[in-house]
Design a protein around this ligand. Sequence first.
Ligand code: AMP
Length: 172
Amino acid sequence: MENFKKYISEINDFPRKGIVFKDLNPIYKEPKIWKEIMLPLEKLITTSKPDFIAGIESRGFITASALAFKKEISLITIRKAKKLPGQVIGVNYELEYGEDRLEIQEGLFKTNSKVLVVDDVLATGGTASAAGKLIRKAGGILIGYAFILELTKLSGRNNLDSKILVESVLKY
Ligand code: AMP
């Protein structure tokens, strides 16, 4: 997988000073490379058999929808506050500065449905952790988290439930 890292651009001080942003857009431009990178996540779905794939807004939607479409599994969108119509279930979570909120629509899945949370990048794990809590609050069984890229130095895994799957394809 190391040879795929050349398809990830690094942008210094984006979106804020001190952040080295990992841009995955060069992967999406190369269908054969993207396909290879997605293979481990496809295998994870084959073995763990989720009923739903839940993508986190917004870049997580790219990975989650590609997987859901390929594997013919139902897709859920986990969105930032006030983006979804109708009744929603939400979870607030801490950011470095302030608070944010994730929401899903109510009644999307039956209680005890198996749900896999998907995002593009695992950094501090705050977002994925909140997404997992949201799935549980809605009555789902959280079976794991899947990412294309993990920033291991930020120890985001430590913020996730260690008793379930945490899969990332490219580790930095
Ligand atoms: P975190 O909650 O810290 O794990 O941040 C995860 C979210 O922020 C993911 O949805 C990523 O899309 C985005 N993100 C955080 N840090 C980076 C980074 N260095 N490069 C690209 N995306 C990032």
